[in-house]
Design a protein around this ligand. Structure first.
Ligand SMILES: Cc1ncc(COP(=O)(O)O)c(C=O)c1O
Length: 397
């Protein structure tokens, strides 16, 4: 329940063993493993309503996929010459926008890209932790008036703290009107598109310029299996492709093949991550994975109801997907919440994590693992209550 932890599967284990045995290198060349990754790219395009020309590839995780999204947006704004001439020589002052609830890897991506973490404007959120559109528009207008160049809007499809989904269609519209790249961080939530009952909540995801998501979270594929989809594959190639004599392509044979993933990202040697996703989809099927995702969401709402009904506890955020944030009531709640989580970890029975909501230390249970059941949620509530009863609460004078 702590952080965001996928569960893994038996076929994932088998696929990892086979991939290690084959030891295929998916930087490029013309071989079967590349065809499997191409197939997963195609399935991903279909799932998210991207055009058949969209690019995509496996990466370690969404931290890396979000970084690539920022770099692709940078190419869109400044042209491929930014790769050679550098930001300083081009003298541009690019600004990006994301909600205050955005994952920390996005500001870090701005830092790594050389754009500066401060150039990511953190936009306030509403009571559901979704980006405030009026505040976004104001920030863009203010920056333009100061001579800056707004180039990127990052929407989140499932925020790490509470699972909030930004208003994706409206963000797509604003990005289009303003001539900005629209990237979505779907690390946590995007694969809920596999559940027909949840998919409508993500309307607008099909309009992203680029989308980061993780097979290793809700799809239960073993780590690591991050993924990036990019609407304009030429832009992606213009951001990463390089010429090298030792990587010369041929019209036929092993050095042939139209797609060399090393042109679409920073890695040359790459493992066969696609096999474990292919195995999961072929063995269990997209529908079964979608059912397990819908089940996590149902368990989370049930857990939220139980916490709301418990006088010693309070819910600290709405539960739009699979994450329940709560706290104990009463004096010194911050200290006691931290103590509860640390003690639960040591018992080894349940393992929620901590976060901070509106300045309050919060117990956070993210239901991601397909093996989690109602009994586990009962164990969480019972264990928290047991710990509360054991705590010495200072008495009011
Ligand atoms: C919303 C969100 N974005 C990005 C990430 C980073 O993804 P990864 O751990 O795959 O690098 C996470 C991780 O939990 C996340 O929840």
């Amino acid at each position: 329940m702590g952080w965001v932890q996928g569960g893994g599967t038996a076929v994932g284990m088998l696929a990892e063993m086979l991939a290690a045995g084959m030891n295929a290198n998916l930087g490029g060349r013309h071989h079967m493993a590349i065809a499997v990754e191409k197939q997963v790219v195609q399935w991903s395009r279909e799932l998210f309503g991207f055009p058949a020309t969209a690019g995509g590839l496996f990466l370690t995780g969404s931290s890396q996929a979000n970084l690539l999204g920022v770099l692709i947006a940078r190419t869109r704004a400044l042209g491929p010459q930014v790769r050679f001439r550098g930001l300083a020589r081009l003298g541009q002052r690019l600004t990006a926008y994301a909600a205050t609830s955005v994952h920390a890897c996005v500001p870090r991506a701005m830092e790594i890209a050389g754009l500066g973490g401060d150039q990511l404007r953190l936009i306030p959120v509403d009571s559901g932790q979704r980006m405030e559109l009026a505040a976004l528009r104001e920030a863009i207008t203010r920056d333009r008036a100061s001579g800056l160049q707004p180039f990127l809007v990052v929407g989140t499809a499932g925020s790490v703290d509470v699972g909030a989904i930004d208003p994706l269609s409206e963000l797509a519209r604003i990005a289009k009107t303003e001539g900005m790249h629209f990237h979505i961080d779907g690390a946590l939530g995007a694969l809920a598109m596999l559940a027909p009952s949840l998919a409508p909540r993500f309307t607008g995801i099909e309009r992203a310029g680029s989308l980061a998501f993780d097979w290793h979270k809700w799809a239960q594929v073993p780590y690591d299996a991050g993924f990036l989809l990019v609407r304009d594959s030429a832009l992606q190639r213009a951001t990463f492709a390089t010429e090298a004599a030792y990587l010369r392509r041929a019209g036929q044979g092993l050095a042939g093949g139209a797609w060399w993933p090393c042109d679409d990202g920073p890695d040359l040697s790459r493992g066969f991550r696609a096999l474990k996703v292919w195995f999961a989809l072929k063995t269990y099927g997209a529908a079964a994975i979608g059912r397990s995702i819908a089940n996590s969401v149902a368990l989370a709402s049930d857990l939220a109801r139980r916490i709301a009904a418990e006088p010693a506890l309070e819910l600290l955020a709405p539960v739009p997907l699979n994450i329940v944030c709560f706290a104990c009531r009463g004096a010194e709640a911050d200290r006691r919440n931290a103590d509860i989580v640390a003690t639960l970890h040591e018992t080894g029975k349940v393992a929620p994590s901590l976060t901070c909501i509106d300045g309050r230390v919060t117990i956070r249970a993210a239901l991601v693992n397909h093996r989690t059941t109602e009994a586990d949620c009962t164990a969480l509530v019972d264990s928290v209550m047991e710990r509360i009863r054991a705590q010495v609460v200072p008495q009011a004078a």
